[in-house]
Design a protein around this ligand. Structure first.
Ligand SMILES: *Cc1c(COP(=O)(O)O)cnc(C)c1O
Length: 383
């Protein structure tokens, strides 16, 4: 095969979504521009109401980014100075930096290797050892909800709030309950690469308690309920009306897009089985992602494991196949977080995942011929 004679298979291609719905979105954006309500215009409230209804949360509050949505969840629930929050070291940096931004102390607990999500047993151990822990922040990594059957009883027993980092999981469910309605609060990101994405930075927090949501509405606008009267020190973190308009259009398609992702994932699984590539990491083969039957996975990412990850990635790049590593360095080993006092070896499952995971191209418009090329390139590596 002459790899450079074929166009590359991108890890994500947003231009195909733009070709399908770009005109519709452009018209919605033009309406916002004509109305001139760029800050907290009508579309923001409409989006908040629609997302609350879809997820099953009591109320939703838009803000400037997923990172701010995490901070807003904690700030609105009065988590801060003197409190600790347990989360996973195998996530994007914002999971932990938002805890610091809220003034609280992050406590890390290892993951379950099958799902890559926070282990309830590890949370239990942490909570039993540290009475300052007030909340647990599980991340629904790669689009799959953390094991709520195991986490909720631990939270209840230790009287902890549950905050979902649902940045990668719009539309995911657990036992029929939507991500966003599982915990006391949940943060969504609409960063352009997320499965529901804006045309720039945007985020949203959902709440179970209406009073907490009202607190968040005040906090995202300088702690101001009445214009120029400040009840507390908040921040400027509003969701742009333009971004809300973009998201309102995309909300009409998100179920279809999540279904399409699920078909892409099922097709990968079949193609890998047909190619006899599935084994165990210890045999040097690849391990496919597992979708827990208690939930609906939205396949934000399709992540395989292999001990020869870096080498395989180089081989794929040479064949024009895009891939990505989420995430190469666990958070306790990040330079910026060394002050937390953890050391290498403390979270072996997270550290192993960071060495072995590889995200393959997945997006709703990915074609079967492209998937065949991805699998063929991986087969040729192992041949
Ligand atoms: C993307 C992401 C965030 C941060 O969202 P931004 O919108 O980029 O600020 C937080 N947590 C996780 C798990 C994410 O994937």
């Amino acid at each position: 095969m002459q790899p450079d004679q074929q166009p590359p298979v991108p890890v994500l291609d947003l231009s195909r979504q733009y070709a399908a719905v770009g005109d519709e979105i452009t018209r919605a954006v033009a309406d916002v521009c004509a109305a001139g309500r760029f800050i907290l215009g009508r579309e923001v409230g409409q989006l908040e109401a629609e997302i609350a209804a879809r997820t099953g949360a009591t109320q939703a509050v838009g803000c400037a980014s997923g990172t701010d949505a995490l901070w807003l969840a904690m700030a609105a629930l009065n988590i801060g100075e003197g409190d600790a929050v347990v989360t996973t070291p195998f996530s994007f940096f914002a999971t932990v930096s938002s805890i610091l931004r809220a003034g609280a102390r992050p406590v890390l607990a290892d993951i379950d290797p099958a799902s890559f999500n926070l282990s309830a047993g590890a949370v239990e151990e942490a909570a039993a050892a540290d009475p300052t822990i007030r909340a647990v922040m599980p991340v629904h990594l790669y689009g799959q909800c953390a094991d709520w059957d195991a986490l909720a009883p631990v939270a209840q027993q230790h009287n902890l709030l549950l905050i979902e980092d649902a940045a990668q999981a719009f539309g995911a469910t657990w036992n029929g309950v939507g991500a966003g309605a599982l915990g006391d609060a949940a943060a969504f990101s609409f960063y352009p690469t997320k499965n529901l994405s804006a045309w720039g930075d945007a985020g949203l927090t959902t709440f179970r308690d209406a009073a907490a949501a009202e607190h968040a509405q005040s906090l995202r606008a300088h702690g101001m309920r009445r214009r120029y009267y400040h009840d507390e020190v908040g921040w400027n973190s509003r969701l742009d009306t333009v971004q809300a308009a973009v998201l309102l259009v995309k909300l009409r398609y998100i179920n279809q897009w999540n279904d399409d992702r699920s078909h892409v994932a099922a097709r990968y699984a079949q193609l890998f089985l047909d190619a006899k590539l599935v084994g165990s990491v210890d045999d040097g083969g690849i391990v496919l992602p597992v979708a827990d039957p208690r939930g609906t996975h939205v396949w934000h990412q399709y992540v395989i494991r292999t001990p020869r990850r870096d080498d395989l990635r180089t081989h794929l790049a040479a064949h024009g196949i895009g891939s990505e590593v989420y995430y190469p360095v666990p958070l306790h080993m990040q330079q910026a977080l060394l002050d937390l006092g953890y050391r290498e070896g403390q979270f072996p499952e997270s550290e192993r995942a960071a060495r072995e995971v590889l995200a393959l191209p997945i997006f709703p418009e990915l074609r079967e011929d492209e998937q065949l090329r991805v699998v063929e390139a991986i087969r040729s590596y192992f041949a």
